[in-house]
Design a protein. Structure first.
Length: 134
């Protein structure tokens, strides 16, 4: 009985380690669809980090043809720029062209699922800003 208990403990420990190592790969599989995303141009970046939490906001311009392309382009920019910058939170402010003040949408991506504060419980936060996106 003692041997069986020890084997169960070892098995559960190995399974936990395996899932921990697989989690980043699994998370990549679960990323949102970006098949309708279009190319975009980075206009600017603002760092609004605080100790212990790296957060960046990017203004991104793209000539997007549809509401779904707007959402998917903002999503793709968030994923791409998070991978480049390694911030825990990346916020995208999407405009049609550089210099535009009216945004189409804002997409925030908290790669760890803890939102802006590090204590919230969200990974993606989508806010359509223009009537054509709603």
């Amino acid at each position: 009985m003692k041997v069986l208990k020890s084997l169960v403990i070892v098995f559960l420990g190995l399974a936990g380690i395996y899932m921990f190592l697989l989690e980043p790969a699994f998370d990549k599989v679960m990323l949102p669809n970006t098949s309708e995303a279009v190319s975009y141009q980075v206009v600017s970046m603002n760092d609004f980090s605080f100790p212990g939490r790296k957060r960046t906001e990017w203004i991104v311009a793209a000539d997007v043809p549809s509401p779904e392309a707007i959402k998917q382009t903002a999503t793709k920019a968030a994923i791409d720029l998070q991978e480049k910058d390694h911030a825990q939170v990346v916020s995208i402010f999407l405009v049609r062209k550089p210099g535009d003040q009216d945004g189409l949408a804002r997409m925030s991506y908290a790669v760890d699922g803890k939102g802006n504060s590090g204590e919230d419980n969200w990974k993606w936060n989508w806010l359509p800003l223009h009537e054509s996106v709603r």
